[in-house]
Design a binder for this molecule. Structure first.
Ligand code: LLP
Length: 421
């Protein structure tokens, strides 16, 4: 994103032009930023541990145009559901380029996951006999809950630790692999996902130690040569401008140091090191452009835009912070105002007391930052307010990568029985 003369540009295309061409609310993604983010992170991790690979957690932004950028950069796909495995297939990825890390799976999920031939990552030992009913996965992992997790996402609860629904209890991990080995499974990996949006490099070294102490013992006890260890996602980005950027080189150095020490300590054959981030790649490459439609001066001034919690759920859901700009008005004198969308719920009043230009007026464009991860993917059509369009930008060009939803889309799957007509 660039600002020239107080006008916002994305990939060289102005916010005004994008809004005029595609309407608002509009998700805009900068292709080059995604590539830069990926390359920066890959370079850091490969510098300290050559056999390293990223899988992209496609849940954060499942637009196939976005996922194709990451595929071109060499990422595999982390899939949370069978449909996400199908998305990966559409990218031309399958087999060991895709990891299925679903949780609380149905038998259908298990059957289809197994048939798809991707790496199967089990969230609980109870799944193993259910998987074996349909066949034997070529390469199997268990998702370990190492008893500790962290998260910087508002009041969002962690992905690991005693209160998380994910992963295998450390006391059950050895028996889980023992049972899998006894069932004739030959190739193994291990996985965890203990936190999201972490900007402290120490954290990544710390969690590496947690999983390696659990898996190192399993490796020794059962004579398993683990083929990979996947540390999950969690590489954070600064949502507030005063927040520090994650020192990715320091994080990679700490991870690799602990990883190598633990390999030596447990006498392991060096496994591939994997991570499956999403936010770090796509989060700061995405913006939402909205339009100011109504301004109200009541108990306080409230600026109403077309960016409601249906378009960006994170503030209403987690109390998450997103920086907001007003195109053409960043140099103005500021006054604290509220900002809301157009839904009939007060959680849609998602910004209170934010200093924005006191000249903000109808028709102005509002820009929401860091919307590339968990933005569109968590949008919905409540109140008949439909999902926005998505656009990719690069080198002064823009491409529509998802149509704006229409009324027909909203009613397409609805059926009214004859007796009600
Ligand atoms: N792997 C697994 C198994 C995951 O569940 C997730 C995210 C990731 C990788 C990627 O994590 P990341 O690198 O993006 O932190 N909706 C929330 C975040 C939920 C994270 C869910 N799991 C938000 O808007 O911040």
């Amino acid at each position: 994103m660039e600002i020239h003369d107080d006008q916002f540009f994305f990939g060289g295309v102005s916010a005004v032009e994008l809004a005029k061409t595609y309407g608002t609310p509009l998700y805009v993604y900068e292709e080059e930023r995604i590539r830069e983010n990926f390359r920066r992170a890959l370079k850091a991790f490969q510098k300290y541990y050559a056999d390293f690979r990223f899988f992209y957690a496609i849940k954060a932004n499942n637009n196939l145009a976005i996922a194709n950028i990451l595929r071109q950069e060499g990422a595999g796909i982390d899939a949370a559901s069978v449909n996400e495995i199908l998305l990966a297939k559409q990218l031309g990825l399958g087999g060991e380029d895709v990891m299925f890390s679903g949780n609380f799976l149905s038998d259908d999920d298990i059957r289809q996951g197994l048939e798809s031939g991707v790496i199967f990552n089990l969230d609980d030992p109870s799944l193993l006999p259910r998987v074996l009913r349909y066949g034997k996965p070529e390469l199997l992992a268990f998702r370990v809950n190492p008893g500790y997790g962290e998260c910087e996402v508002g009041s969002f609860v962690c992905n690991a630790g005693p209160d998380a629904k994910f992963g295998v209890h450390p006391d059950q991990v050895l028996d889980a692999y023992r049972a899998a080995k006894a069932a004739g499974i030959k190739r193994f990996g291990a996985h965890m996902m203990p936190g999201s949006s972490i900007r402290n490099p120490e954290y990544f070294g710390f969690i590496t130690g947690l999983i390696m102490d659990i898996i190192g013992k399993v490796s020794r006890e059962l004579s398993i040569d683990f083929e990979f260890i996947d540390l999950g996602g969690g590489l954070g980005i600064p949502y507030r401008h005063e927040d520090a950027v994650l020192d990715i080189d320091a994080a990679a150095a700490k991870v690799a140091k602990v990883f190598k020490e633990k390999i030596a300590e447990y006498g392991m054959k060096p496994p591939r090191l994997m991570m499956e981030p999403a936010r770090y790649f796509v989060g700061d490459a995405g913006y939402i452009i909205g339009t100011v439609h109504t301004i109200k001066d009541s108990y306080k001034r409230i600026i109403g835009t077309d960016i409601g919690m249906n378009v960006l759920a994170r503030p209403a859901l987690y109390g998450a912070y997103h920086h907001i700009y007003v195109n053409g008005r960043e140099r103005d004198h500021r006054k604290p105002v509220g900002l809301c969308g157009q839904l009939c719920e007060n959680t849609d009043f998602w910004v209170h007391d934010r200093p924005l230009s006191e000249n903000t007026t109808l028709g102005d464009l509002v820009i929401v930052e860091n919307a590339g991860a968990y933005g569109f993917g968590m949008s919905y059509q409540y109140n008949g307010r439909l999902r926005p369009a998505e656009v990719l930008v690069k080198d002064g060009k823009s491409w529509l990568i998802r149509d704006r939803e229409t009324y027909d889309d909203m009613v397409r799957h609805v059926h009214v029985p004859d007796h009600l007509k």
